[in-house]
Design a protein around this ligand. Structure first.
Ligand code: ADP
Ligand code: MG
Length: 413
């Protein structure tokens, strides 16, 4: 089955073509630079960008996959949750394509797709001596400067925003150089090595899945393929939001998560002691707004700290350590209680190196299998939407009416 998937739930316009569990293309146009000057996603701007970019992104996905729209067997799109006016654009466009081609259409829950994204892995061999983390696509769509620090008291309060950088970044996965060691690997039209992403459900196990992003933090028990149960979620801010908002208090650019990640590498995680909210509560819920408030008061009481790069790095490392400890300990505890031996993680915050390293360490220590989503599949992408949609269609799940509407507040049950 060859399927076109569209994702426009927030600030990334993405289209992917999947066939028989393989990702033939996954094109992502990120709007991060556009929203950065406003310190967060502006829904109207996001919608305008999706409108502008959807067609070129979808065309790039088809051309990257080497197919025409007439070869499609099905179409899918993110139906929710997400920003209403952003979702609407991708969802209605995808429905229209399905209608025009007279092919099945499936609306997909963005979070349900996250549950299966860790099962999509790079299937091709990697270059000799290559740094695996470095060849994953996640860092390629967005460029963050770790040293773009503005002090909140001075520059953040300044007048009109700087002119926006509106350039569209269409980043397909074929950006890697062909490895010298593997001449038989598939090449893109530009003669570059094309890594193959493939869903491997043969090794699927019941798992405890951590979804951790800018808008959501949740623990889900995935009992079997296509069957899950939400165990807990955030009662206020999501972990990504906590990274972004505490970073803003430090004067870091939006989104601050990746910047804190980089600065934390050079800092001492034990330098400052921040609360670990709900760590010892019996439930599987999370809460990060108290941590954000405590960072706010800490900075208010130590304003000189922001003039010292070393202490900013310590602050980043300490905040990251608090977030990571809560996420990892609660995930492991839930997995032990539910009796599953496999842990998966996905969502933008799963790019965080501190979180990845700690999950790896603790899973090894406790004998758990760990599957982390590839970095380019952690943030919003259509590949995971397509893989889940194809899986549902293959399982002959009932097709909804083509007149279905978006569900911006669609909760995973
Ligand atoms: P959403 O669509 O809910 O906004 P995404 O899955 O697109 O979430 O992820 C974006 C979030 O992930 C942002 O809050 C961003 O700061 C966070 N993020 C991305 N990379 C990192 C990182 N390396 N460390 C911490 N947070 C990160
Ligand atoms: Mg996003």
């Amino acid at each position: 089955m060859t399927l076109l998937a569209i994702e426009t739930s927030c600030d990334e316009t993405s289209a992917a073509v999947v066939r028989d569990g393989k990702v033939l293309s996954n094109v992502v146009s990120s709007q991060i630079k556009l929203h950065a000057e406003y310190g967060g996603v502006v829904p109207e701007l996001a919608a305008r960008e999706h409108l502008k970019n959807l067609l070129p992104v979808a065309q790039a996905a088809l051309s990257e996959a080497g197919i025409s729209s007439l070869q499609l067997d099905a179409v899918a799109a993110t139906q929710g949750p997400g920003l209403g006016i952003a979702l609407l654009i991708g969802f209605k466009a995808a429905q229209s394509v399905a209608f025009a081609l007279n092919k099945p259409f499936l609306g997909i829950n963005h979070h349900e797709a996250h549950l299966y994204s860790p099962w999509i892995q790079i299937a091709s061999p990697l270059p000799l001596g290559g740094d695996r983390a470095g060849v994953r696509g996640g860092d390629l769509t967005v460029e963050h400067s770790p040293f773009n620090i503005q002090h909140p008291t001075s520059k953040m309060a300044a007048g009109p925003p700087v002119p926006s950088m509106l350039s569209v970044e269409c980043s397909a996965l074929n950006v890697f150089q062909k490895p010298r060691s593997s001449p038989s690997l598939p090449l893109s039209s530009e003669g570059r090595w094309k890594p193959v992403l493939q869903a491997d459900f043969t090794s699927f196990q019941p798992n405890l899945s951590l979804i951790v992003s800018g808008g959501h933090t949740m623990l889900v028990l995935v009992e079997s393929d296509l069957k899950h149960r939400v165990l807990g979620g955030t009662i206020d801010d999501a972990a990504g939001e906590c990274f972004d908002k505490t970073g803003k208090l430090m004067g870091l650019a939006y989104p601050a998560g990746p910047i804190i990640d980089q600065l934390a590498e050079q800092g001492n995680p034990k330098a400052y002691d921040f609360p670990r909210p709900l760590l010892h509560d019996a439930n599987d819920d999370f809460s990060f707004s108290g941590l954000k408030t405590s960072v706010r008061y800490f900075i208010r009481d130590h304003p000189a700290l922001l003039d010292d790069r070393k202490r900013i790095c310590d602050l980043c490392a300490s905040v990251q350590a608090a977030i990571v400890e809560v996420l990892v300990k609660k995930t492991i505890r839930a997995a032990k209680r539910e009796g599953v031996r496999c842990i998966t993680a996905s969502g933008g915050v799963t790019c965080n190196r501190g979180l990845r390293t700690e999950l790896e360490r603790v899973c090894k220590q406790n004998g758990f299998t760990l599957r982390l989503a590839e970095k380019n599949l952690c943030t919003d992408n259509a590949a995971m939407i397509g893989i889940l949609a194809e899986r549902k269609l293959m399982a002959k799940m009932p097709l909804p009416a083509l007149s279905e509407e978006i569900q911006p507040a669609w909760q995973l049950a």
